[in-house]
Design a protein around this ligand. Structure first.
Ligand SMILES: Cc1ncc(C[n+]2csc(CCOP(=O)(O)OP(=O)(O)O)c2C)c(N)n1
Ligand code: SF4
Ligand SMILES: [Mg+2]
Length: 281
């Protein structure tokens, strides 16, 4: 189910006979030239773009099989020009396991929301990580079930109002928000686990570095790699995009600290859990 991207614009565009303009920002070749269905201010588009940029830069596009799941990113195959398998809700790590084991020559990543990965698919993600499947998981945590209208997710913050906890999430009633990167990092088959954020340019650049490392881990055949991306859902948070970004900075990052939680590669920390780079627990 691939869609061909339009030819990319030349890197130097002629303006007049005597003048040229340097193209400094362009659409990645592996991204389809099409408007997305995402709401204004949604971070799924940024996450897609980071993935697409790396597929281009690492020359992975032609050998990639994406496993998209259920949630607002269900139409990922419309936007990233790679072969894609659509997995039932939460089952992407199990489907990706089959794909990667059958086609070890392919680059395989799952792209999952927090409702998908940390709720209905909790068993699948835990066991795929524990087995050390040689695949990469991109986990978009926006603390809510976005697609279905804003129900509480396992990652919903204490006090956050959703349609299923209209008075705000209460620890005694619904339990504490689950920190997936910290849990995943402790499982035996995990080589790289990190949490980035898409709320600022600085954090987006850092998130791309984490994704790149995770992709390299798979390419080197080392084992399971996992990157969580803190993201905004302005629509279901009932916020403007700017206020949503601020919420990530001020409320999400303190609870979900950014940084590398496991790096067992040769240039990493040889299998030990590592402290997050910033933020407090
Ligand atoms: C087995 C099953 N249960 C429930 C649903 C309904 N459903 C579709 S998307 C979704 C929530 C997705 O939330 P999340 O994974 O956080 O993705 P987001 O939309 O926030 O990116 C649910 C519950 C479904 N499609 N399949
Ligand atoms: S509902 Fe939320 S997650 Fe879904 S597209 Fe809109 S802003 Fe993005
Ligand atoms: Mg979500």
């Amino acid at each position: 189910m691939t869609t061909k991207a339009k030819a990319v614009a030349p890197k130097v565009a002629a303006n007049t006979a005597s003048e040229t303009e340097e193209l400094v920002f362009d659409r990645p070749e592996s991204m389809v030239d099409r408007a997305t269905h995402y709401c204004p201010g949604c971070h799924h588009g940024i996450a897609h773009r980071l993935v697409a940029e790396l597929l281009d830069e690492m020359d992975l596009t032609k050998k990639t099989i994406a496993v998209s799941s259920i949630g607002c990113s269900v139409f990922l195959y419309n936007y990233i020009d790679v072969d894609t398998v659509e997995a039932p809700h939460g089952r992407a790590p199990a489907v990706a396991t089959g794909v990667k084991r059958a086609r070890g020559d392919k680059f395989v990543f799952t792209y999952q929301g927090d409702g998908d990965l940390a709720s209905i698919g909790m068993a699948e993600i835990m066991h795929a990580a524990n087995r050390g499947e040689r695949l990469t998981v991109v986990f978009v945590n926006n603390t809510v079930y976005g697609m279905t209208g804003g129900q509480m997710a396992p990652t919903t913050l204490i006090g956050q109002k959703t349609t299923t906890c209209p008075g705000g999430r209460c620890k005694d009633r619904e339990g504490s928000p689950i920190r997936m990167s910290e849990i995943i990092a402790q499982l035996g088959g995990v080589v790289f686990a990190a949490r980035g954020s898409l709320d600022s340019v600085k954090n987006i650049r850092q998130a791309k570095k984490y994704l790149k490392k995770a992709f390299e881990v798979q390419e080197q055949g080392l084992g399971f790699s996992f990157v969580e991306l803190l993201s905004g859902c302005p629509t279901n948070w009932r916020m403007t995009p700017l206020a949503a970004n601020k919420r990530i900075t001020e409320e999400m990052i303190p609870y979900f600290p950014l940084g590398v939680y496991r790096d067992s590669t040769a240039d990493g920390t040889c299998g030990s859990l590592v402290a997050p780079a910033e933020g407090g627990k």
